[in-house]
Design a protein around this ligand. Structure first.
Ligand code: 6PG
Length: 472
């Protein structure tokens, strides 16, 4: 009996689509799911050209695979991954590779790498982005971990991933759990950009009084230019979607409570843990949390009724400024996420190649955008860039757009339009680009009440002062 090149555990839509993508590229692959119905669906949906086999038991699944076995897990993060590992590891042999393609927490991956290594097995964390469609037609794939195991997978990953200028949107992301870490930060940036787009929408809708057809036109224009990206593209389409249940557009019927599965929160927690400032990502996480308090917000909106929004004097100019503000705030969000990757790479010895990260994010993934092309150029010039805002060419773009960000933020603030992401992108930029921050005073206060000491600007050393209490 012919053995299969790959195995997939978890045949939900993502797993099945990724499996078909692998099969489309000429690799044979066996699938397993605890749900027999899903195994049947897999078999039924496969074309006659695909070398695909659905297996009824884990034992059948494992024995169908060639050595070393290469098994991809596409199961929900957390306990389900541990449950699968517990069941499957006794059936595996030395050198077999298990690849977790879900949104697993990187610290869980570290634990699993060590656990499987003690059994002479390889375990790799691999981020996959692009949603259901991406999985089927070409996602962005972020593998990390054991290099030897990665080398065995590389040809398949390159074949199934999205392509930009015929370059594959997959690359080795670094040691240990770097693959999961990069995907986590990808999602943090995703949260920030989605938040910013929603604010731009609100400003155009309630500020410039644009209807859904006009919003569609604006986003279409944006997507045809320098803001071309997946998230702008799908937003454009959302404004055209009619509602099945009423006469209007669907977007107007959707309740304003945002869900979240946790990767954004992990990104913020991580940034706090290792000391990186990523306020636009943080605010995007907290904004979803705040959105859930719908009933309280309704109550507060009645208590603090707002004045009517003043219409902008020149609607066309306003739309242009909001677009530029969105572009720059998006750039600043990427800057924050990438800065987190730089620090994490040092902190956890991941050795993340930033240039490859932005390269493989150019296609397939949710945060793909033409802007990443500019980051790719920047990291090609200097792979050690600690913050993308420090690149000369990027600074030219920033200087060109900053006034629009200020004006848009000011408009929102003066009119009481919630703009958490836009404001934090701007204030982060202002803080990051300020030579002398007023934290000298914070240091003085800390030393005053807690003898926490301070450093001086004019000489080396650590100082403490017995602060005088003013008499009047
Ligand atoms: C991707 C997405 C994917 C998923 C998010 C949604 O890259 O394909 O990021 O991983 O859609 O996890 O996250 P929330 O449910 O937290 O918004």
């Amino acid at each position: 009996m012919d053995k299969y090149n790959y195995g997939m555990i978890g045949l939900g839509v993502m797993g099945r689509n990724l499996l078909y993508n692998i099969a489309d590229n000429g690799f044979s692959i066996a699938g397993f799911d605890l749900d027999a119905e899903k195994v049947k669906e897999l078999q039924d949906g496969a074309t006659s050209e695909m070398k695909v086999k659905g297996t009824a038991t884990l034992e059948d699944f494992v024995s169908a695979l060639e050595a070393p076995r290469k098994i991809i897990l596409m199961v929900p993060a957390g306990k389900p991954v541990d449950a699968v590992l517990e069941n499957i590891t006794p059936l595996l042999s030395k050198g077999d590779i298990v690849i977790d393609a879900g949104n697993s927490y990187f610290k869980d991956t570290n634990r699993r790498v060590a656990d499987l290594a003690s059994k002479n097995l390889h375990f790799m964390g691999m981020g996959v982005s692009g949603g259901e469609k991406g999985a089927r037609t070409g996602p962005s794939i972020m593998p990390g971990g054991d290099l030897e195991a990665f080398n065995l997978l590389q040809p398949m990953l390159e074949a199934i991933s999205a392509k930009v200028d015929s370059e594959a949107c997959t690359a080795y992301m670094g040691k240990g759990s770097a693959g999961n870490y990069v995907k986590m930060v990808h999602n943090g940036i995703e949260y920030a950009i989605m938040q910013l787009i929603s604010e731009a929408y609100d400003l155009l809708k309630r500020g410039a009084k644009l209807n859904n057809d006009q919003l569609y036109q604006v986003f279409k224009e944006w997507n045809n230019g320098e803001m071309n990206s997946f998230l702008i593209e799908i937003t454009r389409d959302i404004f055209q979607q009619k509602d099945d249940l009423t006469d209007g557009y669907l977007v107007d019927q959707i309740l304003d409570k945002a869900g979240a599965k946790g990767t954004g929160k992990w990104t913020s927690e991580q940034a706090m843990e290792i000391g990186v400032s990523i306020p636009t990502i943080d605010i995007a996480v907290t904004s979803r949390i705040l959105s859930a308090y719908k009933e309280e917000r309704v109550q507060a909106s009645q208590l603090y009724a707002k004045n009517e929004i003043t219409s902008p004097e020149n609607t066309e100019l306003f739309i242009k400024e909001v677009g530029d503000a969105l572009y720059l705030a998006t750039l600043i969000s990427y800057a924050q996420g990438l800065a987190l990757l730089v620090k994490a790479s040092e902190e956890y010895q991941f050795e993340i190649p930033l240039k490859d990260v932005v390269k493989i994010w150019r296609g397939g993934c949710i945060i793909r955008s033409v802007l990443l092309e500019k980051f790719y150029v920047a990291y090609t010039k200097d792979s050690n860039l600690s913050n993308i805002l420090l690149d000369q060419d990027i600074s030219v773009i920033v200087k060109h757009k900053i006034n629009s960000l200020r004006k848009t933020a000011a408009f929102a603030a003066l009119n009481g339009v919630s703009s958490l992401g836009i404001q934090t992108a701007l204030v982060y930029f202002d803080a990051y680009t300020t030579e002398s921050l007023p934290v000298n005073l914070i240091q003085a206060q800390r030393d005053y009440f807690g003898a926490h000491t301070y450093q001086r600007t004019d000489r080396e050393g650590i100082f403490h002062t017995l602060w005088q209490t003013a008499t009047h």
